[in-house]
Design a protein around this ligand. Sequence first.
Ligand SMILES: *Cc1c(COP(=O)(O)O)cnc(C)c1O
Length: 371
Amino acid sequence: MRVPLNDLRLQYLSIREEIDAALQAVFESSAFSGGPFVEGFEKNFSRFCECEQAVAVGNGTEALWLALLAFGVGPGDEVLTVPNTFIATAEAISFTGAVPRFVDVDDVGYTMDPRLIEGALSKKTKAIIPVHLYGQAADMDPIMEIARSRGLVVIEDASQAHGADYKGRPAGSIGDAGCFSFYPGKNLGACGEGGAVTTNRPEVADRIRLLRDHGQRSKYDHCIVGFNARMDGVQGAVLDVKLKHLRKWNDRRRVIAHRYTELLGQTDAVVAPREAGYGDHVYHIYAVQVENRDAVMDALRALDIHCGVHYPVPIHRQQAYRNGNHAKRHLPVAEAAAARSLSLPIFPEMQDAQVDYAASQLNEVVQKLSG
Ligand SMILES: *Cc1c(COP(=O)(O)O)cnc(C)c1O
């Protein structure tokens, strides 16, 4: 039985008529850049996130970058984030001219450990970017408390957490702003690239709207130096269709995850992901911890079960970030996770039989490799 890591074609087939109609509407109106389909999606996505505003941009990296710029982060500043995230979180900080400082994570959800924040602060610290990793919110209350007492900005990287919540509040609505990616494989994925910033602060939303469109409020009237970071109309239309299905898809991801956890619970050699218990996890990724990770992954691939690793090298160990004293830092929890994490196939259209097969084969493989 073949078990792919993800299968976007199945998702398309399940909503084909709606997607085809949306695409046709965009082509017939020629609303290709920004425009009514993007604005309609912004309205619906802000409602979904229980935020006053959502500003759609070209991708998740731009969402983070423009949000930082909108809060005035730049050269001379430091921004705290985690080392076990997609590189984009750090790149967005670097492209403002600021410097990322990496805080280790806890060993439950592998999200920013609030107990380590004080020790990482300096006079230059301007902002904190916690990442809601794999679809589970970071522990936001203590993070917000520290940020408020020090006058720091909090930007949530919610790129893996569309529809997740923290104590009843949606991801993206807790900090000063939330940043989302709609890369095709995300829980809410475009048919191309997309991103958005959510916020309850109208002046921040206004600033990002200017920054994404060459600093112009009306055509050829440029009040600040901006950039082109607009979302295109096709993505706005597609995302608006898919948003209606997101809760159902997230529910299915949770069912699959809990099925995995039950089937993998028999052996100590596979450590299933844990839920921190302060909100709905939306399982963008289902990552277990195993010894001999690469050998386990190869053995599963030979059985046509396709896994991934998120992420094999923490950012402070990447060549791009090796200067700047990052490599000298020891961040033990993130480093251990990088060596042991294995992401199993998970997507809403996955069949129960595929889950059962992947789980039973994983149990067998780890037994063989450890015995
Ligand atoms: C996907 C992702 C991003 C980047 O989003 P793009 O749309 O690919 O630019 C940023 N942060 C995290 C945690 C992500 O998973």
